[in-house]
Design a protein around this ligand. Sequence first.
Ligand code: MN
Ligand code: MN
Length: 291
Amino acid sequence: MDDAVLDNYILAGKIAAKILREGETRIRIGTSYLEVVESIESRVAEEGAGLAFPLNLSLNEDAAHDTGSVGDDRVFARGDVAKLDLGVHINGYIADTATTVDLGSNSLLVEASYQALEHAIKTVRPGVSVGDVGAAIQYEIESRGYRPVSNLTGHGLDRFVIHRPPTIPNVRVTGGVILEEGMVFAIEPFASTGSGRVGEKTKKEIYQQISNKPVRVPSARAVLEHIRDRRGLPFARRWLPDKKSDIALPGLVRTQHLHVYPVLADIAGSLVSQHEHTLIVTGDGCIVTTR
Ligand code: MN
Ligand code: MN
């Protein structure tokens, strides 16, 4: 890997780690969900970095893809399990990292995804199959009595690209990709008290442009204009200027200009924890950029 590229990944990781640590301390019983989201997002610009995706803040059985909306009046409550998932980029080079804040008494659940991530990182070096990384995750979570979420995975990263091969499973698989020096990816184990599978909720807050085809409808064209500087990175419905753009979103999904990321949840009443780091594979192991 080019030194300049490496420097960008390292700087993005350092900034992401710092803001995530600060962000954790803001999540307390009685504080406003939307205020936490907006304050953490604004810290990224203050540090001179870009947001790789809207801050994901997903509660309890929701595993991923929730974020604040305009007028969101949620307040953190006793017992909440909050996943804070932050993406920062420097010149398009991304750091993706997540942690869980426990406002109840679920420390063993939180420990499960934490230890799964730490043990997974220890397996990473050239020649190892991603299936073996998944096996380490599965073992740490199941041995504590929880289920790894099998249909959420870690993912390769590239410049202005948030998801690309390799896929890093959260369970043992056979025939997975073999890791090579220079690969950049995120590992993100999820531990659940529920089924270990997530499904889509109807709530949709996060979108991403996937096509540059022209659009005729003015309100739809205005949305694409507004998000052009995202360069294909995800954006939040909350970031759009008005109600009209909100109404244009379903049409843009239908015409495949936008991809939508619905909130993903395990069964109602379950609890999910998550931890995530971004790594670069080296000759004999890896660099964790987001520590
Ligand atoms: Mn993430
Ligand atoms: Mn990720």
